[in-house]
Design a binder for this molecule. Structure first.
Ligand code: ADP
Ligand code: MG
Length: 902
């Protein structure tokens, strides 16, 4: 940013060790150095008299060392004491005792007769006034006094090997050698006052407190402005992409609203109007709908989708989990089918555990043992055996040596062979097939496997290993999958065969399945391989073929079409034909199946915090771009909205429907469980329903399923004779749905659950929630969970059981007792933990702010955002001459990106 930025090495006067220490702070140039801003300033214009009493605020004092001593205590430990006397003592003056515990180096630095400056909190210890571990500086000569004293003095973030005084001295000198170091202004003059170079000088060595504050404001505004220019450019860029208007006349919407059993709230009407404006515009909508749990976002989403449908487009409604997709689907059918809208449910099972794909649903079992070769009828194309090295036709295989890019939700055909054609015994082949099945549904979806005498074929789709915070899934890599199969089988085979030879070649071959016919062909190839290759006689049994079920070829092909991952086919731009669904509800996996939509006009994504920016980008990458509405029930403080969701327009529902019963929240100690139970039973007798939620650390773990079961046993007894059921993440989705269904119908009175229940579940008669070990949940999560109750007319009760005495936990829980407003909870959460924690790694996408403070400087962020927006409004591609100087701000440098939440 400064043209005259120089490498510090080129300034001959900085000694090498200092340069190295500076480098550890990331400081290499004069610009780095001068933007290494002070952490705070000390008023050293005049030192106050030594105190005679304790003070709460730290103070800065100057005095002469009249005595030092070193005392031992408790064996090895040492206290170093330096007694200071005021420079002009009077009769009432008390000396000040500075103490350092176990700080070896301090005693080497301080000696009798020196003048030192200390900064700390004076405390009364017995009769003496003491300062423990003060920051200190020794005054060495009078020339230095002008830099370090008799002024408002900067104090920098500390570093090893570089004392305050040395760092301050270097900065002072650089500032004087480069009085106007070519600091280009960053922010427009309408936003900031004064020159940037003056602000830089004043932030280090301000002439007054006012000058310091003005300089800081200038620099914070500049920093925020740069950030907002980048974010805003993105917002303008995405809305400048080719899109279409997707908005009907509203007749259908009116019909829907008339049929609703309630009136919309004012807030709901306001946001529908905002969305409608966006839909009617031809540039793509990118809007965030923020609203507390239960504020009625679904109705708004439906309204938006109806507008798109009326205009002849398809709409997609994506939920983060299977349960929620299912629930939305039911709501939509209830409300929209009377209007003649065609709705479909699509949940590609990836997001949820262990739901077999429709492709192979039903009869999944191990075939090898029952043995026959049933898969393929003669009518299917004849797939010949051909060696994998043959690459003449079709897509080619990769040697898996280097990691290469693997697509999410992709299927792969994989082949790996034994070393030196080592022949696998029957026993060895059993072991291999068993191990392949061992990781099935845990690391990959398995479609077909065949263990040949000297090689193995697999047809798999890697599963999600974990979700990065921010929602982007990380998939099991092929290399990890193969590595585990190979090493696991090799050990066991060699053990049974009592050798030590290598079993497998190190390399393997994989190929991504590219199309439906490709998948079908590969499937047939693998499942027919032993017969085609002559390893088994026709009609003979081969035990080591496994596949996931049989269907006739046509169904198979049709299902393949639906399941095919990736956007292989470009969608045709035609009006939705009559047999296609107008609204498709599904999990986020819908995204990856662009073939599902021929004419997508609007995508609604529920629960943004589980949904990464990259995923959103994938959706909006289609051309022409659909309108996108993301909904979140995790309110975040407004300043953060401007940065984290800065590339989205934001609509907020800030009002709850009127018919809501109150939620009373109470924190109780675990020892009071008895009382709590009798209260719950009274409510159950009145017909209300209950959620019991307990925290699990890792839902994918088997152990936790066990813990869940144990938990359930307990509650079963406690609540007898009321019927309760268990719900946890390891259950097959279908079972979960049935459980939810019974609960919704009221057959089940209590649900013992993990946090799978978290988002969006809506059962108005469930008015009680008991959270076990409540302190283990985050504040935002607790608020989310609590949003499951208070959805009906009855008064609701949320009981936070906690055994923890920890102060922090009780402060957290007290927030929930105090308020049910999500924005207040979010602010409190921010207060307690800071934004980094609040957003998890979401925050890591934000640059390390050098001087601005998102919380304290919220107003400045707003100004900066307005300034950036107004520039882009007038000149979206920064073409005007006066805007040329801002262009560099919107060039994204690698590794520097402001609003990526993934
Ligand atoms: P969320 O914002 O958490 O997604 P929902 O859309 O699930 O909230 O709405 C919660 C419940 O409130 C639903 O049962 C819905 O039918 C109902 N609801 C939505 N809007 C209103 C309203 N204006 N008045 C009364 N009830 C409403
Ligand atoms: Mg919802």
């Amino acid at each position: 940013m400064s043209d005259a930025s120089q490498n510090l090495e080129d300034l001959s006067w900085i000694p090498r060790p200092r340069l190295l220490a500076l480098r550890r702070l990331g400081i290499e140039t004069t610009e780095d150095l001068l933007t290494h801003f002070p952490r705070r300033h000390e008023d050293r214009t005049e030192f106050p008299q030594f105190p005679r009493e304790e003070t709460d605020a730290p103070i800065c004092l100057c005095g002469e060392v009249i005595k030092t001593s070193l005392r031992r205590f408790g064996g090895w430990k040492k206290i170093f004491e330096a007694t200071l006397e005021e420079s002009q003592p009077n009769a009432l003056s008390e000396p000040l005792v500075c103490r350092w515990f176990n700080l070896h180096y301090v005693q080497k630095m301080i000696a009798t007769g020196q003048r030192i400056v200390v900064f700390g909190r004076p405390r009364l210890r017995g009769k003496r006034i003491c300062m423990d571990h003060p920051e200190f500086e020794v005054i060495e000569n009078d020339e230095e006094i002008s830099i370090h004293f008799r002024r408002i003095t900067p104090v920098y973030p500390a570093t090893e090997g570089l004392s305050q005084r040395v760092l301050r001295g270097i900065i002072y000198r650089v500032l004087h050698e480069f009085p106007d170091a070519g600091w280009q202004p960053i922010a427009p003059t309408s936003l900031v006052r004064g020159e940037r170079s003056a602000a830089i000088r004043a932030i280090h060595f301000p002439g007054s407190w006012e000058a310091r504050d003005a300089a800081r404001e200038h620099l914070v505004l500049s920093e925020f402005f740069a950030m907002q220019m980048l974010i805003t450019s993105r917002r303008f860029e995405s809305s400048a992409r080719p899109g279409q208007a997707h908005c009907g006349s509203g007749a259908l919407l009116d019909k829907f609203l008339h049929a609703l059993p309630f009136e919309l709230t004012v807030a709901q009407r306001k946001v529908i109007a905002e969305i409608r404006r966006d839909l009617a515009a031809s540039n793509p909508m990118n809007r965030l709908l923020q609203g507390d749990v239960g504020s009625g976002k679904t109705v708004v989403a439906i309204a938006a989708m109806l507008l798109a449908v009326e205009a002849g487009y398809q709409a997609a409604f994506m939920a983060p989990t299977q349960i929620l997709a299912e629930q939305h689907y039911e709501v939509l059918r209830r409300w929209l089918e009377p209007l003649g809208i065609h709705i479909a449910l699509r949940t590609a099972a990836r997001q949820e555990e262990s739901v077999p794909l429709p492709l192979f649903a039903g009869d999944a079992h191990i075939l090898g043992s029952t043995g026959c070769q049933p898969v393929v009828s003669g009518s299917l194309p004849d797939t010949k055996t051909h060696p994998i090295s043959e690459r003449s036709e079709g897509p080619s295989y990769h040697r898996r040596n280097l990691p290469h890019f693997e697509r999410p939700w992709a299927k792969y055909a994989i082949t790996f062979a034994t070393r030196n054609h080592r022949q696998l015994s029957n026993k060895a082949r059993d072991i291999i097939l068993e191990s392949i099945l061992r990781w099935k549904d845990r690391r990959y979806e398995l479609y077909a496997a065949c263990v040949m005498p000297d090689h193995v074929h697999l047809l798999i789709e890697p599963m999600i290993e974990r979700n990065r915070q921010g929602g982007n899934p990380v998939f099991f890599s092929l290399s990890k999958i193969l590595q585990s199969i190979k090493s696991f089988t090799a050990t066991r085979i060699n053990k049974t065969e009592n050798t030590k030879e290598s079993v497998w070649e190190t390399e393997s071959f994989d190929r991504m399945i590219l199309s439906e016919s490709d998948l079908r062909e590969k499937f047939l190839y693998i499942t027919r391989n032993p017969w085609d290759a002559g390893v088994a006689e026709p009609g003979e049994d081969y035990h080591w073929v496994w596949y996931a079920g049989s269907r006739n070829a046509q169904v198979f092909a049709a299902d393949c079409r639906e399941q095919q991952a990736g956007s292989l086919c470009s969608p045709e731009r035609e009006r939705t034909s009559s047999d296609e669904p107008q609204i498709t509800v599904g999990t986020h996996a819908l995204l990856y199946e662009s073939v599902t939509f021929s004419n997508l006009g609007l995508a609604v994504i529920d629960e943004q915090h589980k949904f990464g920016v990259a995923q959103r980008a994938r959706l909006t990458a289609r051309e022409p771009a659909p309108d996108v509405l993301v909904m979140t029930a995790t309110p975040i403080p407004r300043t953060l909205t401007m940065t984290i969701y800065g590339d989205l327009d934001v609509s907020t529902i800030d009002e709850m429907p009127k018919n809501r019963g109150k939620i009373v929240t109470a924190v109780r100690e675990t020892s009071k469980l008895g009382e709590v139970l009798s209260f719950l039973r009274i409510q159950l007798e009145k017909g209300r329903q209950l959620y019991v939620i307990y925290p699990l650390i890792d839902e994918s773990d088997k152990l936790d399923a066990k813990a869940a079961a144990a938990e359930y046993e307990l509650w079963h007894d406690r609540l007898h004779p009321f019927r309760c059921e268990l719900l946890h993440g390891r259950m097959p989705a279908q079972e979960k749905q049935q459980i939810m269904h019974r609960f919704r119908r009221g057959d089940t009175k209590a649900l013992i659950s993990t946090t799978v229940l978290e988002v969006g579940v809506d059962v108005p008669n469930a008015t009680m929630m008991l959270l076990e070990n409540a302190e283990r949940f985050g504040l935002a999560q607790l608020h989310q969970l609590r949003g499951r109750i208070g959805r009906g007319e009855h008064k609701s009760y949320c009981i936070l059981l906690s055994s923890s005495e920890a102060k922090e936990a009780s402060a957290k829980l007290a927030v929930l007792e105090r308020t049910t407003n999500g924005f207040e909870v979010a602010e409190a959460d921010w207060e307690l933990r800071g934004p980094g924690d609040l957003l998890g790694t979401a925050q890591s996408g934000l640059p390390g702010l050098k001087i601005g403070d998102l919380k304290r400087d919220a107003d400045l962020m707003r100004h900066a955002r307005e300034a950036a927006t107004s520039i882009f409004q007038k000149d979206p591609s920064l073409e005007l001459p006066e805007n040329q100087r801002f262009r560099h701000l919107v060039v994204e440098e690698q590794g520097k990106s402001y609003s990526h939440v993934s």
